[in-house]
Design a protein around this ligand. Sequence first.
Ligand code: ZN
Length: 888
Amino acid sequence: MYIRKLAVGLLAPLCLFTSLVAGGVSLDYYLPAGTDYDPKVPTPEQFLGWQPGDWHLRSDQVVAYLQAVAAVAPDRVKFEIMGYSHEHKPLVLLTITSPENHRNLEKIRLAHLALLDPSRKSSPDLAAMPVVINQGYSIHGNEPSGVNAMVVYVYHLAAARGPVITQQLQQAVILIEAQRNPDGGDRAAQWFNQHKSLSAPSADPSDREHNEAWPGGRYNHYWFDPNRDWLPLVHPEARARAELFHRWRPNVLTDHHEMASSTSFFFQPGAEGRNNPSSPAKVLELTHKIAAFHQRALDRQGALYFSEQGYDDFYPGKGSTYPDLHGSIGILFEQASARGHLMENESGTLTFAYAIRNQVLTSLSSLEAAIALRTELLALQRDFPAETAALAAKSPVRAYVFGDDNDPVRAQALVDLLALHHIEVRPLAKAVTVAGQTFKPGAAWVVPTDQGQYRLITEIFTERTQFENNVFYDVSAWNLAMAYNLPFAALDAAPATGAALTGKVAPSPGRLVGGPSDYAYLFNWNSYHAPRALLRLQKAGVLVRGLSGPPIEAVGADGTRMSFQAGAVLVPVGVQPEKAALIRSLIATIVQEDGLTVLGCATGLTPAGVDFGSASFRPLELPKVALITGQGVDAQDSGAAWYVLDQRVGLTPTLLDVAQLSRADLSRYTVICLVDGLYEAAVSESTVASLKRWVQDGGTLLLTGRSLNWAARKELASLEFAGTEEKVSAKNKTETTKAEPVKSAAVVRQPYGQSADLAALKKVAGAIFTASIDTTHPLGYGFNGDTLSLCRTDNILLKPAKSPYETPVIFTEAPLRAGYASVENQKLVANSAAVVALTAGKGVVVAMPDCPVFRGFWLGGDRLFLNAVFYGRTIKASRGESADAESD
Ligand SMILES: [Zn+2]
């Protein structure tokens, strides 16, 4: 009795306070007026207990609601899990169409795909075919009005009754990707909900609710931007999307985003003249026609919006551009963000509900447009194969060939990626030589241009450096052969090939030459998986050594001779006999899973080059990597480094928050990596001093991007930079005109109205440059050729080091390979340093102006990064002395 009384006493005031919870809008706010709804379909409120917009949906709530809707409306809504995110959250696909279409779904799909078949003979009856529309939401997790609108839209599609919806479902197959990035979405939802004031949300832009903690919800698990991954397909989310896209080849694909809170609403088309040149002209025309439907819907609501401004349609790795190259219409939507529940902006306050409503409206207007333009959209796809074939026939390029026998892993990875894009690849059957480069059967692949994916193929291998418009929203180059550091060539005649490959290429098996050994094993460092193999041994506590210096020849236990280059890994068994069995089993794994060729040796005496006991074989210790993360650090670059270490090598770095750096015991780490970021405020002077001591004691400090400038200011490394573009052009002018330096440096007046575009023209925002590598330097180990392509996304111009041995990678004389860079910028990059490695005490500072592991698909640059991790400690001050300690 007493307890009960107490409980009542406690509950009463709680109830009083909970009554202060602000109530949201009703469902009518979002839905088309006058629609009759089937009461058996649960509304979001009936299922969740609150109205859309009151709270931010978590992915598990999204999945549960959609399952509930599909369960009561199975004749309209099919629920399917098309994949899982990194955090194993379902990537849900809803297929929504009429009951009759559902019964014939596979037939409809095949008939739809037949439109795009170049060998199609009959003329399809477009009037009888439904249009296919793929609508996807919140690929950027902290742009949540999309996914929260999606539940309202799905409710409408599942529950609406009457002639309008009946006809819509007959004429359309609607593919709903409920949430394109659930991992990031959950981070954002949790943040916005946990900081919401319950009496009334705070609209103050400075409120904690509106300022997510690093890295924010935009990115996926590994802090990648998923809306840059439609082409590289690094992540499971993107791979599932690609599979769906090619399974259906939708006529329209939508991508619902958010932008700055001070803006309004944007729908494509974007800025004129900034479309990918491989897009059919008809795509832009239909994008305009579809836009009229969004315009009317938003006008009716009195909403402000804009179109034909900003947001280019250029990089095929974005959701609004990739479809365009396939005869589909990709549509980008951008809604001003409430960054939580309520936000002050220039027109008063922006509610989350308002943002959601615009996304519901444009989901509906997209469907209306797709249905109204159905036959035109289908005709675009029907005509697409012939038009593409005509383009391909006019092209001087008959095929692309790529690959070499240095490292089959990267070439096979590209073959696999092309297969995911439904691009036909064939093995080369007879050697071809182009510009001195010979491509050999067994190690090279051919992509004929005479195929349906001609447009995408052209983009994948493009070396374009001239553009109609030089202002880019994202990168201006994305050549995948360059990213994978593979030799490639455009051929003007189709070479002899084997049959088209179907599916994945079986990885090249490794080999154990000379058989198991109790003396030593040796493997080369050129294979992509060599770092992973080395780490297996290091993790198991096996002593390993790495070859520095000129190539050697070694003899296998069976007499086979093999040559080994700098970076080759020696596993001496005889000196650690207690580990002989362990080593034997690890070597078997390395051969099998890493595909390496390993030589089992019975002698340490080599016929050519140093012997196994030479000091040129330097001990390689297990790297312990601290990756600096947190506020001020570029999340994408640190995420790419994390991904490469974790997923590709199996090395778990410590994600060390920059705020923890002063308290951390640095002696735990052999490598500390600071990627691009702003470190001035976050790293104290005493921490800088600790870092200097740590390098002196033998640490490898790996710096990329703007961390170079910070490190130079802090005298962590004596890095020097070339002048800014302005300074240099002023200098050039001085030399040519002999004018007074002060006058020549004066500001040249420019039109104020063009300032944004003029600033963009000076940027280097994702262009590919060639650098020359010193393969005798530990950072150059394992590279076959002597050049590497790097993606520049900034214009940090690092001067070569003062010592002639400390600039292992340097940009070439004419470095631009693909993408846009002004002539001035090209000249500035020429002969500047791509990597500088400065020894200090026992340690080294490795500085790279560019992110070598750019977006996780720059497989060629991975090696540079991993060399710093695994071989950084072997870099010694080079004054020309011999590695062998002969004089001691
Ligand atoms: Zn976005």
